[in-house]
Design a protein around this ligand. Structure first.
Ligand SMILES: Cc1cc2nc3c(=O)[nH]c(=O)nc-3n(C[C@H](O)[C@H](O)[C@H](O)COP(=O)(O)OP(=O)(O)OC[C@H]3O[C@@H](n4cnc5c(N)ncnc54)[C@H](O)[C@@H]3O)c2cc1C
Length: 286
């Protein structure tokens, strides 16, 4: 396991984040023993691709562990797929197409890792990641042992999975056999839909707010007249009101301010308190 000093903005899709002097990259299973020596009484953060995270631009004093173990293999004994937590979701999606399994087409457009998708219970187009999970292998940061937990024993819901004190290491997943042409067609359809409805090639972390049982956050934001609203280089996307996009030199504080402002406006207008899907880490106050 390599310890370095890293600039967190290089490890998130928003390109926000200051320096972290305790940045560990987990590349191989043989390094797991070294995790046990880390001091988990300090602040720590487990990082995937940083596609749902907003770090403050100040220095981060805790430990960051990035899981970069990226192995995928097919288990012929029970027709399941073993994936390391650092596997990039679009790569998993393509792997599933190659082995002619359906259920992962939607992952092509989610730029995160398996670990992040489990923690966030990532989903779209009617899919949720936890639906394909059989069991998860994780490192427990309290008793410092490696454990397996089956899906039946995990509490999860829309954009949230609760596995306490866990560094997710890998997962065992199941998918259904399908004609590869049908799989490719679905992948193309979903990609096209994203292209048409979401901003591309601009710094963002997907949906800022979760949807509610009886509302879409994007609709409330748009109907509050906030489409295109900007604070210091961060703005509500013109293409999708629940995506807030940052310009190259913007600061994470501006995103924080924009999120707070949009929440207040929607609350004043509709009495709905929007709940963030993106995760703010650190200090954002002036
Ligand atoms: C353009 C774009 C489109 C997106 N579209 C979608 C979408 O359609 N649906 C959707 O749900 N999300 C979407 N997202 C958000 C994001 O990609 C997902 O939430 C993704 O699952 C996050 O994965 P990550 O590896 O980047 O996690 P990170 O952002 O690095 O971390 C997210 C959370 O997961 C935890 N975590 C990460 N890895 C581990 C691990 N190994 N062990 C324990 N905890 C871990 C982190 O501590 C943090 O709490 C989108 C983002 C972007 C930028």
């Amino acid at each position: 396991m390599i310890k370095t000093s890293a600039v967190l903005k290089k490890n998130t899709t928003y390109r926000f984040g200051g320096v972290c002097n305790d940045f560990y990259t987990l590349i191989d299973k043989t390094e797991l023993d070294m995790i046990k020596n880390l001091d988990f009484n300090k602040d720590f953060f487990i990082l995937g691709k940083g596609s749902n995270v907003v770090f403050s631009d100040c220095k981060y004093d805790g430990i960051v562990i990035q899981n970069k173990m990226e192995n995928i293999d097919f288990d012929f004994s029970n027709e399941s797929v073993n994936v390391d937590a650092g596997v990039y979701l679009p790569n998993l999606s393509r792997y599933l197409k190659d082995i002619e399994r359906t259920g992962g087409e939607y992952l092509l457009g989610i730029p995160g890792t398996v670990g992040g998708a489990i923690r966030m219970n990532a989903g779209c187009y009617g899919y949720e990641f936890m639906d394909c999970v059989n069991f998860i292998t994780y490192f427990d940061t309290v008793d410092k042992t490696i454990k397996n937990i089956t899906r039946e024993n995990i509490k999860y819901s829309y954009r949230n999975t609760e596995i306490k004190n866990a560094i997710i290491l890998s997962a065992n997943l199941s998918f259904i056999k399908e004609d590869p042409i049908k799989i490719q067609n679905k992948m193309t359809e979903y990609s096209q839909h994203r292209k048409n409805t979401q901003p591309s090639a601009i710094y963002n972390a997907g949906s800022v707010f979760k949807n509610g049982n009886d509302y879409f956050a994007a609709e409330l934001i748009e109907q509050s007249g906030l489409k295109g609203y900007e604070i210091d280089g961060v703005k509500v996307s013109e293409k999708h009101s629940n995506f807030f996009v940052a310009s190259k030199d913007a600061k994470s504080k501006s995103l924080y301010k924009l999120v707070k402002f949009v929440k207040e406006e929607v609350h004043n207008k509709y009495g709905v308190l929007l709940n963030e899907e993106i995760i703010f880490i650190g200090d954002f106050l002036d």
